[in-house]
Ligand binder design. Sequence first.
Ligand code: C2O
Length: 633
Amino acid sequence: PATTHYDFDVTVGKGAPDCFEKDVILVNGEYHKQIEVVQGNILEVTVYNNLPSTWPLVSEGISIHWHGFSMNGAEWYDGVGYLAQCPIQAGTNFTYRFQVNEQPGTYFWHGHAGNEKVDGFVGPLIVRPAGPEALTYDEEMVLFLSDNYHTSATALTFPLNRPFDAKKQTNETGGWDWVAVPQSITLNSHGFYGDCDLLAGTNTAIAPKCNVTTQWVPPGRSKFLPYSAVTNPGCKRENVTVEAGKTYRIRMINAGSLAYLSVCFADHNVTIVAADAYPTNPLTVPCVDINLGQRYDVLLKADRPVGNYWLSAVVVNATRTGSPAGYGVLRYAGANASMLPTDPIPQPESVAPWTFGTVSKITLPKEYLDPKTLPKGTILPFGQASLAPPNATKTLLVNLTQPLLPNGQLRWALNNVATFGTPTCAPTLDLLRRDPGLMARDANDTRLGKIPQDLAAKQMGNDFEVPMYLEDGSPAPAMPVAEKDFMLLIKGDVVDVIVQNLAANANGGDYRPGVGANRTAQEQHPFHMHGHHFWVLAYGLGHFDEATNSSSFNTVNPAFRDSFTIFKNGWTAIRFKADNPGVWILHCHTDWHLFMGQKMYFATSPELAQAPPADLPKCPATCMYNFGPFTPS
Ligand code: C2O
């Protein structure tokens, strides 16, 4: 196969994606660099970490995750810091090199060692088919969506680590503090951070959400300042230019850290034709609700009169009132380029109510379900003849919980296991590959010295299993499976995972037993799984009940995706085939929730993993092993 090579010279520079100048991470001087590769080619990316020693996250190092790639047979290049590799430290380089056996479609790459993605280390990644394109359209474009903070990721995560105290929940008083809403939404890396103020006057429905005086900002944090064209001459609004009569494939990517977006083109419907790279039955919608980590390929037909139309990306998260929206212009060639649209700005709340109605309607086209009609180049889970879902062999019920640790830190947890950190002496995959029994041992087994039974990083001193409480204050029962943050799978297992987002989620509310009658979930969670695409069987509200709810599973033509939303006070059921030896993370793609521990791992027959590449980055720490000579990678 041919090799597609990129050099990534990673540095820090000044950027003003939304007109506010700040330090951003750049690749070869570019912000949000886009890359492409043809299916079947070897992708080779040499990452030179040239971050300056003054960069706040310099000691964390960097890594790259190929979001949505299954990495089958390429388990060492998945890019999660300390899971498959140690981070690439400043002044060193590392080459990712693997064959791209992935479905042609829309993906993105991003840093995954710490929070470097939030500072700009992220960009589109397109996989082109080796032969002709299956979809029909005239032109294509990327719509790379992100939220943007004016503060560095380090500064934002610092208060998330402080002890939680309901009375001191502010930055000023030194307590736990939430990151608040982003300062802007960018479209193709451009936006205006004061846009809501500029537009508030023209649209009363948007005005209350964008009002600087009613904006909730934690004490000590600055409010959104109105954009000034005088002091920010270089910044611009994104214009998406089309020619009348043509059909466009728009590759939408939500690469943000908090904002669940509803994206609308005024006066134009769009048709969803792919979700997370895999094709879907065409679904025509007025607005596309796209959560963090998700991608939609949509077709837009430029069939309206030549003119300028608003393009809006409005934040729809349940609890994020006060979020600014992002605005661009859909401009027909020949329209007056100096004019803004005169039509009203699209209103997603009234046009497309935010509900799981739309996502639950996304299904697989029937040609993908039959081996005889399967389009050439379709990537299937190993051993499958088509994309028809097999029957499950294992079920895991995951409750999203939010424990308070004995040391006062607030954490997100899955089934009450707050995972915060991993061993820093070797990639977890390397440890498990040599001794999968590591995971089976009990908590008191200290034969491995500093490595705990489930590799839950007790060596870092902040990993705990904490009982949670139900609404009435009684202790939560033990969960049915996976009391640890690792689930050991055997290659070939077919696993149903049901993620439940209910009242155990206090999310900043009162978590104490018996206190806080209204402890319902306050937010949805955009989950993503590494190493696999999975079938999305069903979304539901309320408490998942196996007897009644499993009959609602779509086991005929469910969407085949790598990202899914767990709606507020609801549940989502997915099914995946554990065909990929390695250690794979399932986590919330809200960066701040991931930081707080909202993740777990699946270890699939790790003993079948390949030996690590000799040039895998060196790990910073050392530790003791008693299962034979060990050289940390
Ligand atoms: Cu895009 Cu682990 O994430």
